[in-house]
Design a protein around this ligand. Structure first.
Ligand SMILES: Nc1ncnc2c1ncn2[C@@H]1O[C@H](COP(=O)(O)OP(=O)(O)OP(=O)(O)O)[C@@H](O)[C@H]1O
Ligand SMILES: [Mg+2]
Length: 482
């Protein structure tokens, strides 16, 4: 092993200081030879250059003067541990000796202690350990049973990474339902262009056209989708007002209920057309508005005598995209609320396969402040879904704005670059084992590198995300030609 430095000063059980004779990067893995336990894996958490150049001397230097400076590179390393005879990761209970040599850790030690092994049946290959040729494979059972969050600032690579994750779930025939507010995930059908990075990561381009289903409440705007409809009879009058785009419940709820009663008494299997006709025949300004908005609902085809069949919507081993592009935010919330409740109820009765429910832009659907129509059901799924094989994956650019109880239930976090201090605070509070050094590193992560916590690993690790096998659908819009 290459020696990189020596331990000095007071040595703790969790971390120690070292003087470096060879530069290493923050986040790099190191090893210390412990007398009792052999090689122990450590990670460089912080770096500092110490010098004897004082403020006064630096200030007195002329523009061409060279300073004679004594300097040294000092590091703080965190002890990750060693594997004992039973395969359990432990940390030594006696501190290392000051003066002990510190080495650059070799890959077999890193792989053994971090638990980077091939899980052919249950592994979601998301990328390589940063600066190493070691595969990071998340345990799919953990992902689905214990929920996932994907956090990064806008443009940080969340949708790209989620695409990688869904490709892996599809390869393993895991059923997914994806709430797709921007209609970005249809590109999972098409293979990506092969690049040199594909070869480096050992990824084959591949489309999943046969395993992708797409539904949308508006098929005119989203012509690649099949219509998503809900049963009119099972729609609460308040929800019907949301579908109609009418926010003033006080004014409209009473007259709408009367209309529903009147039409329902004449024909229990009434349609939106029947409601339109009845409203048209009634007099008054309120009914005129109801008439106009019911015509809009009829046009949208969102409410039918029977809703989209759940057996068509959810199919084993397929990813169902719920394309909400162009749908009003309150209608989006209602669609998510109805869908999430139906999925949860049917999962409880085991009528649909175990599945992974992905919510993009989750801060809009389960906000920390205020409520969305679907907040409650999403909180229920976050706290109880795992008992019923309903995994939740929330994706957001604002960790501070998503409901904390939802975020804290996510045992696997995939974090890309985050710079907003409030978001960083929310992340630090919801993750165990995150050091100050890691929190600082999150702020300067390059696009395509993620901090992975959970997912079957006992310690957070940095992962360079693999290229997509499918095309990425969330490309930024070019404003002017380059
Ligand atoms: N792992 C990666 N490898 C290569 N390119 C990437 C990677 N991740 C992201 N990118 C590039 O960065 C851009 C932004 O990524 P992405 O659309 O995933 O961001 P986002 O976090 O979902 O943003 P938003 O919050 O706006 O939805 C993409 O156009 C993509 O080309
Ligand atoms: Mg995105």
């Amino acid at each position: 092993m290459d020696e990189v430095g020596r331990i000095f000063g007071d040595v703790g059980l969790g971390q120690f200081h070292l003087i470096l004779v060879h530069p290493v990067e923050r986040g790099d893995y190191l090893a210390v030879d412990d007398e009792v336990h052999g090689h122990v894996l450590c990670q460089l958490d912080d770096l500092k250059r110490k010098s004897d150049l004082e403020f006064e001397r630096a200030g007195a230097l002329g523009p061409t003067d060279e300073a004679s400076v004594h300097q040294s590179l000092l590091g703080v390393a965190r002890i990750v541990g060693y594997r004992d005879d039973q395969g359990v990761v432990k940390c030594p209970t006696v501190p290392f000796r000051p003066g002990a040599r510190v080495y650059r850790a070799e890959e077999p030690l890193i792989a053994e202690v971090l638990g980077l092994k091939r899980r052919s049946n249950s592994g979601a290959y998301v990328g390589l350990l940063r600066n190493h040729n070691l595969r990071v494979e998340l345990d799919i059972n953990q992902l689905v049973q214990r929920h996932v969050s994907v956090l990064a600032k806008t443009g940080g690579g969340k949708s790209y990474l989620l695409g990688v994750l869904i490709e892996e779930l599809l390869r393993h025939k895991v059923t997914c339902v994806i709430i797709d507010p921007h209609g970005e995930y249809g590109s999972l059908r098409a293979a990506s262009e092969k690049t040199a990075r594909h070869a480096r990561f050992g990824v084959e381009s591949q489309g999943f056209a046969r395993q992708v289903l797409e539904y949308s409440p508006d098929v005119t705007l989203n012509p690649t989708a099949k219509p998503l409809t809900f049963s009119l009879r099972h729609t609460d009058p308040r929800d019907l007002l949301v579908f109609m785009g009418l926010a003033n419940v006080k004014t409209f709820l009473g007259p709408l209920k009367q209309l529903l009663e009147q039409v329902g008494a004449a024909n229990p299997d009434y349609t939106v057309r029947d409601l339109v006709r009845a409203a048209e025949l009634s007099e008054g300004a309120i009914l005129e508005t109801l008439h106009e908005r019911l015509e809009y609902v009829e046009e949208s085809k969102l409410l039918g005598p029977v809703g989209t069949s759940l057996n068509d919507l959810v199919q084993k081993g397929a990813a169902t995209l719920i394309n909400l592009r162009g749908i009003a935010p309150d209608v989006q919330e209602l669609v998510v609320a109805r869908l999430a409740s139906t999925l949860f109820d049917n999962r409880k009765k085991d009528k649909i396969p175990p599945l992974f429910l992905v919510i993009e832009e989750a801060h809009n659907f389960a906000p920390q402040q205020g409520t969305a129509t679907c907040s409650r059901i999403l909180k229920n799924i976050a706290s109880e879904g795992r008992k019923f094989g309903l995994g939740l994956c929330v994706v957001t650019q604002r960790a501070a704005r998503i409901d904390k109880s939802v975020l804290s239930q996510c045992n696997t976090q995939l974090i890309l670059q985050v710079t907003n201090p409030l978001d960083l605070k929310a992340i630090a509070q919801s993750i165990e084992g995150l050091t100050d050094g890691m929190t600082e590193m999150i702020q300067s992560l390059p696009v395509g590198t993620a901090l992975v916590t959970g997912g079957g690993y006992h310690t957070p690790l940095f992962c360079e995300i693999r290229p997509r096998a499918t095309r990425h659908g969330g490309e930024s819009v070019q404003i002017v030609a380059a």
